[in-house]
Design a protein around this ligand. Structure first.
Ligand code: DSN
Length: 419
């Protein structure tokens, strides 16, 4: 259900009905479903206006005050605002807001700090890591010599003494901390100590938890790590993109690595949207929102556990949770399909010590950032726990209709107003 008095995409409707109709379809899909993909959120109208602005038309290769093109005075304004606001949020000595994505931000660090063949110690993808942390199918796994650490089989949480032992044995040039499917707090001080002990650099990819860090709800890696990378669109609730925070000593190298090393012209409309989102993240309302994100995730985790589902790592400290659906006799793929059939969008996910292919997987990852932006709270998390647990533990011939109606009632009670 879209509540608009005047169609803000009226021109697009008239000139390109096919693209218009796809955007409208997506707006309806978002409004009619409950989005529980942990890496997604719902940007403000102000962010979307900046992203959809004429800032997209300008070439601005270079950095504020040092551009390769004329006419960049307003580009300098927005990029400087974005940088200042990142620093106000997280601290740090140098920031680059030009990476087009989190993957670009990570690759920029590797390009600046490593030689081909250098050793990288990162978290195993199936234990919650990320493709760009040394997966063999990613550039990071092909250009560098990689070893992975993982979670403890018993607790399904990181054991920093095991990481330390692996680092001592492997002597990496860089240790990568950070995850895309790890629900517990990361101990960045322990990572820093291990990196110092073995003479490695430390990169923290805080993409998933950046909003929590900004709100003081997760320890801040800035000041501990040599490089902190992030996306801007997950808990941080900005447009799709990335950034790197580093020390003064690495600043020039990182800037050169992003441009001209990896990228050409920055996406200035996106940088304008990043500036707006960082501004929003500096408000007390944003801090309160992040507290609700975490409270919702914990409540949902409790409700699912009480209804017999097995949560990886026993629960969550963050915005996401991982359910071992194999323990309920499903695959991750089947669970994703079941949730889709009742109007909930989520993603299958590998779990630690996974036995299935990633396209099948044994887990389902759920996150609360988007639902919390939409206004759902603890009461709705209880209702959702009941719906999700019911759907995931129902017999194979279950009828999705009753569950779907309950999901639709929730979606209608918390409308998304805007495209
Ligand atoms: N693809 C992102 C996620 O879903 O977590 C990570 O980059």
């Amino acid at each position: 259900m879209i509540h608009t008095i005047e169609d803000p995409l009226g021109q697009l409707r008239d000139t390109d009905p096919e693209v218009y109709s796809a955007i409208l379809g997506e707006a309806r899909r978002q409004a009619g479903h409950l989005e529980m993909i942990a890496s997604e959120n719902w940007t403000s109208a102000a962010v979307r206006q900046a992203v959809g602005s004429i800032m997209t038309d300008k070439y601005a290769e270079g950095y504020p005050g040092k551009r390769y093109y004329g006419g960049c005075e307003y580009m300098d304004v927005v990029e400087t605002l974005a940088k200042e606001r990142v620093t106000a949020l997280f601290g740090g000595e140098h920031v680059n807001v030009q990476p087009h994505s989190g993957a670009s931000a990570n690759t920029a660090v590797y390009f600046a700090a490593l030689k081909i063949g250098d050793r990288v110690l990162g978290m195993d993808l199936s234990h919650g890591g990320h493709l760009t942390h040394g997966s063999p199918v990613n550039l990071s796994g092909q250009f560098y010599s990689v070893r992975h650490y993982g979670v403890d089989r018993e607790t399904e949480q990181l054991d920093m003494e095991t990481v330390r032992r692996q680092a001592r044995e492997f002597q990496p040039a860089i240790i990568v901390a950070g995850a895309s499917a790890y629900p517990r707090t990361l101990d960045f001080t322990a990572f820093r100590d291990i990196a110092r002990e073995v003479g490695a650099l430390l990169m923290v990819d805080m993409a998933h938890i950046a909003g929590l860090v900004a709100a003081g709800l997760h320890p801040n890696p800035v000041g501990l790590a040599d490089f902190v990378t992030s996306t801007t669109h997950k808990t941080l609730r900005g447009p799709r993109g990335g950034f790197v925070i580093t020390t003064a000593g690495w600043g020039t190298k990182i800037d050169k690595s992003v441009f001209p090393g990896l990228q050409g012209g920055p996406l200035m409309n996106i940088i304008a949207g990043k500036a707006v989102a960082f501004g929003e993240a500096l408000t007390p309302q944003f801090r309160a929102y992040q507290a609700r994100v975490v409270a919702n995730a914990k409540r949902l985790a409790d409700g699912l556990r009480e209804r017999g589902l097995r949560l990886v790592a026993g629960g969550t400290d963050t915005h996401l949770l991982l359910i071992d659906v194999k323990a309920s006799g499903l695959t991750g793929r089947a669970a994703q399909d079941r949730l889709a059939s009742i109007g909930i969008t989520a993603n299958k996910n590998t779990i630690p010590f996974e036995t299935e292919k990633p396209t099948v997987a044994s887990g389902i990852r759920l996150g609360t950032p988007q639902l919390t932006t939409r206004g759902l709270g603890l009461e709705e998390m209880d209702a959702l726990a009941d719906i999700i647990a019911g759907a995931l533990t129902a017999p194979a011939d279950f009828d999705p209709l009753a569950y779907l109606r309950r999901v639709q009632t929730l979606a209608e009670a918390f409308p998304l107003a805007g495209i």
